[in-house]
Design a binder for this molecule. Sequence first.
Ligand code: GP9
Ligand code: MN
Length: 616
Amino acid sequence: MGKIEQYLVRLKAFKLIGIILLLLWLKTLIVMFAGFNISIHSFLDFCLLLFNSIGSLMIAVGFSFYFSRKVHAFTLFLTMVITTGILYADVLYFRFYTDYVTLPILFQFKNVGGIGPSTFELMSPWDLLLFVDVIAAGWYLNKRRGMPFFTSKEKLTYLSAGLAVVILTVALGLIKSPYLFQEAYDREQMVTAIGPYNYHVFDTAYALGVNLNPLVASQTDTNSPLNYTKSKNNDQSDLFGIAKGKNVILISMESTQNFVINKKIEGEEITPFLNSLVKDSYYFNQIYDQTAQGKTSDSEFMIDTGLYPLASGSVFVRNPENKFKGMAHILKDNGDYYSAVFHGNDATFWNRQTMYDSLGYDRFYSKKDYQVTEENSVNYGIKDIPFFNQSITYLQDLPRPFYTRFITLTNHFPFLLEEEDQFIPQATTEVDVVNRYVTTVRYEDEAIKRFFGKLKEKGMYDDSIFVLYGDHYGISEKYESGVMELMGMEDTPMNHVKLQQIPLIIHVPGSGGKTISSIGGEIDIRPTILHLLGIESKENLSFGHNLFTRVKNHPVIFRDGGFVTEKYVYKDNVCYSRKKGQPVLDNQCKPYKEIARKELGISDDIIYGDLLRFIE
Ligand code: GP9
Ligand code: MN
C-alpha cells in the first residue's frame, strides 16, 4: 500500500472512531438532559454538561487501539456495550432512587437481590432506543473486522488529548464546586461537574481506597471526632427517666411517610390506628428520612449507633465487622436489657445476621423462625399481620426488660396486596403505585393495631414503651406526582422536601398526648429513647440530639449534603428560605453546609477507619 493510500485508510479509521465517539457523546448528553434531572444554574454548568463526558469517552474508545487487528473492532463494540450498559444502569437506578449507581451498591446486590420485583416496573420500551447505535455499530464493525493499526505516535497523541480533556474537566469542575471531592457524597454535584464516567471512575477508586483506612487508623484519629461529638449538648427535660426500666418496642414501619397520618381516602382514614395512637403519644411530625442507599438497614443503623449511614452502599454490607457501640450494648450495660430483632425475611438479607452480632443483639428472629407460606406472604415475604401474630409468642418468652425492633414488610414497593387484605379502596390518582400504597399502609396500620391489642391481652403493654417510625420514603420522586395530587399539593421543591418526612410516634403508656413540631431526623431517635429511659449517655462518637430539647438551629442533615434547618432548606445545591419556598443567597446556607460537611466527614471517618475499636 502506498503512503497516500495508507493515509486514506487511517483517515477512514479515524472517521469511524469519530462517529462512534459522537454517537456515545450524544447519547450521554441525551441521558444527562432527559434521564437525570441535572439542573443548570450557570454558563459554566452548561459547558461542563456539554463537554464533561468527552475526555473519558475518548480514553475508553482509545483502549481498543492497543488490540490486534482482529479484536480491535470487537473491543470497539465492547466499549460501546459497556458504556451504554453503564448509562442504562444509571438511568434505571435514577428513575427509582433519583441517585446514581455506586460500586458498593452493585456489590450489595448479591445481598439484597438487585432492586427486586421493582426492576421491570422501571423499564420502558423506549429504552431500546439507547441500544440502536450499539446494534448498528455491531453490524458495521462485524462487516469490516480488519481494522488498520494506528501508529504509536497517533495513539499517544489521541490518548494524551483524551487525558488532557479529563484534566481540564476536573479543573473546571473544581472551579464550579471547590469541595467536589470532600463532598463526594453529593453525587449530583459530582456528575454535573465531571460527568457520569469520570464519576464512576472516582467512585470505584474511592470505594476501593477506603478499604485501607482501618490499616492506617490509630487511637489519635479519634481525638478530633471526640472533641466534636463531645461538644454536642443534649439538654435534660422533665421527661428524663419517665420510662426507666421499661421494655422498648420499636416498630419499623416500612416505607411509611408522614403524609398518611390523619389523611382520608373517600372518607376513610389511611391509618385509623396510628391516628388514634398519636393522640396519646409524643408525635413528632417534622422528622426527616435520613437514609441513603441502605434503606431500611440505614434507618436501623442510625437508630442503633447514632452515626450517619454511608453515602454509598450500606454499612450493614460494607462494614459489618466493625466495632460499634449500639443501643443493645448501652442497654445491656445500663439495666441488663435483653435485645432482639424480629423480621420475617432471610437472616442474610442485607447481611443482617452478621451486623446484628456487631450491634450487640442477643437474638435475631428471622424467616426461619416464622411459618412462612404462600398464603401468608406477599411481595417480599410474610405479611405484617401473621408476622406480628407469630412474633408474640417469642416476645412473651424474652427475658425482661427487653429492647426489641419489629421490622414490617408489607408496605414495600411496588405495594402489592390481595383484594381480601385491602381494608380501604385504592386511591384514584393518575399514579397506580400511589393508589396501591394507601392500601398497603392501611394494612400495616391494621397489623400494628392488632399487635397492640395482643400486647394488652398478654399484659405486656403497660411495662413497655413504643417507638414507631417510618423507615424511609415509599414513594420515590418518579411517582411523587400521585402524592401531590392526593394531597392537593403543588409540585415544588419545598413540597418534595416535606414529603421526606416520616412519622415518629413515641408512646409511653400513661404519658404523652403531645404533637411536637420541632425538626429532627432518624439519627435523633437514639438519644431520645435513652433520655426517656433515664440513661445518661455520653453520646461520644455519635451525632443525634434528644428530640425533646433539640437545638433549634442545628441542621437535619441528609446523606447527599442537603439539609433542613428551622429557616432554610438546602436541596440539590440550592439554598431556599423554608418559609417562602424561594431560593435565597447561598451565603445563608453556608454555615450549615459546613456543619453538614463536618458531621458527614467525621461519621465516615469513624466507619471507614473502624475508630470505635479505640474507644472504651
Ligand atoms: C427487607 C427490608 C426492606 O428485608 O430490608 O427492604 P428495603 O426497604 O431496605 O428496600
Ligand atoms: Mn424499608
